[in-house]
Design a protein around this ligand. Structure first.
Ligand SMILES: [Zn+2]
Length: 1007
């Protein structure tokens, strides 16, 4: 601990310590202050506080009043000047202490274990308490921790620590790991000639140190890396399970192709201009044989079960609903005129508009295009070539298309030839890759018809009007209504009735049927890159694709590769790896050279955390059944769709295939778990951290910090112009020069204050405008807490506070004591709710500040004013309130909390040492203390209401005479009593009779 003794004021460390000891022990004796010897445990000599701050030379006023037998001393209110704290020293001290404690605990377990080997806290549940599983989205090991990470880890670390205080102890699961596969490592290999594995491991080491600096206490014995064979062994195993269940399959697909990185991109990796997010290349479309997970098989489950997720943000659920995109309607077959061509199937959610079909629109990949007459082929090829640019999902571009030379018949209107167009706005994988063009009632079809110069046909009108009426309104009429007279036997039916009748007729005639369609597409997981889990399949000329037998897993990613950055996966170049024998027939075969999308790795890692060292299974049935679902999942809203949907899919698959059990459905004391294989009970999506951003108001160019004079932070000046720059808060980024390095913040302000600041500035789900200037507010708060602790340390604890048994009798409290007691309980209630359900840490901190301020008013002045008898509180209550304050603050500011707790000293006489604050119990809230105590009492004079007085319910004496006296006293203090109850000289008029009714809510004077 000697390294933690650094005092804030430079020079003379030893001398100052001696001086302090001298002050404590000789300038005033403990017995003089405390009446008993309790001092030896307070403010142990290693406390890093500012030297010279007088610790005990306070004047205390003694009062005979007491509410417990243990204490008779009272404090008088005051404030003291600030003392400064060396936060860095405090943090270093406690990081070392925590480390030592963990090592000691591990050694202890090893010593007591028969085999002397296990230090695995995951091995067995050491207590019978319920588990509480906190999960933060694991990071990609980039080697750089940013403020967004600080925010999410501050939230989850605070939650974990609070839960431990609440009695979950070792059953809190708060793991951390690394989403370690992915493109950046491979690009680093190409650019810097460092192997992806080496690069990744180096970055992990850096980030672990950074996480330690923000005092995040993760379960490192559960740590995992998705790039290690011990992990991807089981990713491959799950792939095989999905394959076995028919949920992993191969098909040719149109993909987004990055011609520079030579890889397939997800639509999300393509920007609005159709360029690759990484290389910036114009993305092309290509057809490739790809692996898919059949997530569409679960579309209905994934949709329906959103309703079970009570504790997910509504907007996230809505985004998932939209992504799944269920629509019910019909499928119609349109016969093609060309001999030998199959009918074109279309899906529509509006079968009632069948009479309005003016063309069919098919995707440029639709198989019917193989039947295009030669007269139209070159035109079609040119169009397809032009469409290669752009992504597979740019459905919001201007509709364009070419006639294919093909025609279909309208199934219900005789002799109607309908042209077929190949268009850019129909996606090949959506539905059937063909839609019926109804320009009168669909906006995209309308836009395309206008592009073609077509007359628009209307068949449905909101009223039962005619087509001419409808034509008056420009654009598509998308609302349902009544079918017009041009719809044969269905005319004048409502849209709903007509839809049903038309589908019935289509079924009877055999050209259509009812159909439900989903927008969600199967999950394309093949990547033609190196740094990912190899797909465990072998391609045999005779047998086709054959799964690698489970016993041969993992398929190890070869390490000896060369990175050129070109030519697809480097795995293809490694002949000795690719060439293998077929597991089925033994013949010559080749390994699949694709690797898996990193979203596969991250869609099941929360299972592996529960059983991270299992060598024979992905996770044990029992551990997953007990540990799932995750109680709270914290991460960025940018993962609201894909990652969460994929995780739900994998988790449901694991549940349905019996990899874990019904435990996921049991109801716990904090509400029902969603069940049905849903992995996450509560989802907390944290908002972005934004930085203060300066721009040249004329050019709009971002300004570097060096280009802005911030000597007056409220009035920034652009140095080059002397004018005020444009200012905003924007997502932190290098190009905007508005980034903040968390390590700098911690070095300057301390991790505790930085954490508090991040949590205090905004509720977790909202955007956080990073403002370094206001961290000082948090430091002031901590300094104030420290002064309160200094004072409380000198008073003996009331009972064993680890049991939270302290409960004063409110009946004998004075007004200030009651108010403090009330405020303490309000704060306990607020913090408890916040840590358990609302996660409103910003308000929680505000409550802690308020309680601290209230305690501060009772710090005795150097020279106590002798007559301030009203503001005197018991030392016992002061000490107790301080202890509870420190316990509640500790999860948020852990090192500072420990320091305060140690400074307070043992909580009972019988104890000599101070255990960690995190081994204490969470404060208990006494509901009766926070009931609304104010009584508004109406004062009646001779039967008429004149004014009202206010008092605390506890102040009202029980005795009838005392009650009247009390109320009379209050009434005479009221200014309006001059008029109604007093004579011209200001003397009370004689009272004939006084009646107190409704427990003091009305008092009636009869004069
Ligand atoms: Zn074979």
């Amino acid at each position: 601990m000697s390294s933690c003794l650094r005092l804030y004021t430079p020079g003379g460390l030893l001398a100052k310590q001696i001086l302090l000891k001298h002050q404590r022990h000789s300038s005033i004796t403990p017995a003089q202050i405390y009446g008993r010897s309790t001092f030896n445990h307070s403010l142990s000599s290693s406390v890093p506080f500012r030297a010279g701050t007088p610790l005990v030379q306070r004047s205390f006023s003694h009062s005979s009043k007491s509410f417990t037998s243990a204490s008779t001393e009272h404090l008088k209110p005051s404030s003291t000047k600030s003392g400064s704290l060396d936060y860095a020293a405090i943090e270093k001290k406690w990081l070392n202490r925590w480390k030592e404690a963990k090592e000691a605990a591990a050694a202890n377990i090893a010593a007591n274990s028969p085999t002397g080997t296990t230090s695995d806290s995951t091995a067995a549940s050491k207590n019978d308490r319920e588990k509480f599983y906190i999960l933060s989205m694991f990071p990609y090991p980039s080697g750089v921790l940013h403020m967004g990470h600080v925010r999410v880890y501050a939230i989850c670390d605070s939650l974990a620590r609070a839960r431990r205080l609440m009695g979950y102890d070792a059953s809190v699961i708060n793991p951390m790991g690394w989403d370690a596969f992915g493109l950046p490592a491979e690009n680093a290999a190409i650019e810097r000639s460092i192997h992806p594995n080496e690069w990744t491991i180096r970055n992990i080491a850096i980030m672990k140190t950074q996480m330690e600096k923000i005092l995040a206490d993760f379960d490192w014995d559960r740590e995992l890396r998705t790039c290690s064979p011990e992990y991807y062994h089981w990713t491959q195993y799950l792939f095989l399970k999905l394959h076995e269940a028919g949920l992993a399959y191969q098909k040719e697909a149109v993909v987004n192709w990055d011609p520079i990185d030579e890889t397939v991109l997800a639509n999300e990796q393509v920007d609005s201009e159709g360029k690759s997010w990484r290389s910036g290349a114009l993305v092309e479309k290509r057809r490739l044989r790809q692996w898919f997970f059949k997530i569409t098989e679960y579309a209905e489950d994934l949709l329906q079960d959103l309703d079970r997720l009570e504790h997910w943000p509504d907007r996230v659920k809505q985004m998932q609903r939209n992504w799944i995109g269920k629509s019910t309607g019909a499928e119609f077959d349109f016969g093609v005129h060309t001999p030998g061509a199959p009918p074109i199937q279309v899906f529509t959610s509006r079968p009632d508009t069948l009479y309005g079909v003016q063309f069919l629109a098919v995707s440029t990949e639709h198989p019917i295009l193989n039947h295009v007459p030669t007269t139209h082929q070159s035109q079609l090829e040119a169009f397809k070539e032009a469409q290669k640019k752009g992504t597979t999902s740019n459905t919001d571009q201007t509709p364009e298309g070419v006639h294919t030379g093909l025609f279909v018949d309208h199934p219900l209107i005789p002799d109607t030839k309908i042209p077929v167009y190949a268009v850019n706005y129909v996606v090949s994988d959506y539905g059937t890759g063909a839609v019926m063009g109804v320009p009168g009632h669909d906006e995209r079809d309308y836009a395309f018809a206008k592009f073609l110069g077509m007359d628009i046909k209307y068949v449905v009108t909101p009223d039962s009007g005619n087509e001419d009426e409808a034509k008056k309104s420009a654009g598509a009429l998308t609302a349902r209504g009544v079918l017009m007279g041009n719809c044969g036997e269905f005319s004048n039916m409502t849209s709903d009735d007509a839809a049903k009748a038309i589908v019935d007729k289509a079924s009877a005639l055999g050209f259509g049927r009812e159909k439900t369609s989903y927008r969600i597409r199967d999950w394309l997981l093949s990547r033609q890159r190196y740094w990912g889990a190899p797909i465990p399949m072998i391609h045999c000329g005779g047998c086709g694709p054959v799964p690698v037998p489970e016993k041969d897993l993992p398929v190890i990613l070869p390490t000896d590769v060369s990175f050129t950055g070109r030519g697809g996966s480097p795995l293809k170049q490694i002949k000795e790896w690719v060439e293998c024998s077929c597991p089925r027939c033994g013949g010559a075969a080749q390994r699949d050279t694709d690797t898996m999308d990193t979203f596969v790795d991250s869609s099941w890692y929360f299972f592996r955390y529960l059983d991270p060292h299992n060598k024979s299974m992905a996770f044990s049935y029992d551990k997953a059944t007990t540990g799932m679902p995750v109680d709270i999942y914290i991460g960025g809203v940018e993962h609201a769709i894909l990652h969460l949907l994929y995780s739900r899919f994998l988790s449901k698959f694991a549940w349905k295939s019996g990899l874990y059990g019904k435990g996921a459905e049991i109801e716990d004391k904090e509400g029902k778990a969603p069940g049905r294989g849903e992995p996450f009970k509560v989802l907390l999506t944290q908002g972005m951290v934004q930085g203060r951003t300066f721009k040249d108001p004329v050019t709009g160019a971002f300004l570097r910090p060096s280009e802005v004079d911030l000597s007056d932070p409220q009035n920034p000046i652009q140095k080059s112009t002397g004018e005020r720059p444009a200012e905003s808060y924007e997502k932190m980024s290098k190009s905007k020069f508005n980034g903040v390095d968390p390590e700098d913040m911690i070095a300057i302000h301390g991790a505790d204050a930085t954490r508090l600041h991040v949590l205090y500035k905004a509720p977790p789900s909202e955007e956080l405008e990073w403002d370094e200037l206001s961290i000082v507010g948090m430091q002031r708060f901590l300094a104030k807490v420290w002064r309160v602790v200094e004072h409380a340390a000198s008073f003996e604890s009331q009972g064993d506070s680890s049991q939270s048994e302290f409960k004063p009798s409110t009946g004998v409290m004075n007004k200030d004591e009651r108010e403090l007691w009330r405020q303490l309980n309000i704060t306990v209630k607020e913090l408890t709710t916040s840590f358990q359900s609302t996660y409103a840490f910003n308000t929680s901190i505000a409550f802690l500040i308020k309680l601290t301020n209230q305690l501060s008013t009772f710090v005795p002045p150097a020279a106590a004013a002798p007559n301030q008898s009203n503001n005197v509180i018991s030392r016992g209550l002061y000490r107790h309130t301080t202890e509870e304050l420190v316990k509640m603050l500790s999860p948020l500011a852990p090192a500072f909390g420990e320091e305060c707790w140690e400074a307070l000293g043992p909580t009972s006489k019988s104890k000599k040492t101070v255990p960690s604050v995190f081994s204490q119990s969470w404060p208990k809230c006494y509901e009766e203390a926070i009931k609304d105590e104010k009584v508004v009492c109406g004062v009646q004079v001779n039967g008429k209401s004149r004014f009202s007085i206010e008092f605390d319910v506890s102040e009202l004496p029980q005795d009838k005479v005392a009650q009247e006296q009390f109320l009379r006293g209050l009434a005479y203090q009221h200014e309006r009593s001059d008029k109604w109850l007093k004579d011209a000289q200001g003397q009370p008029k004689p009272v004939k009779k006084m009646i107190v009714v409704k427990g003091g809510k009305v008092v009636s004077f009869v004069l």
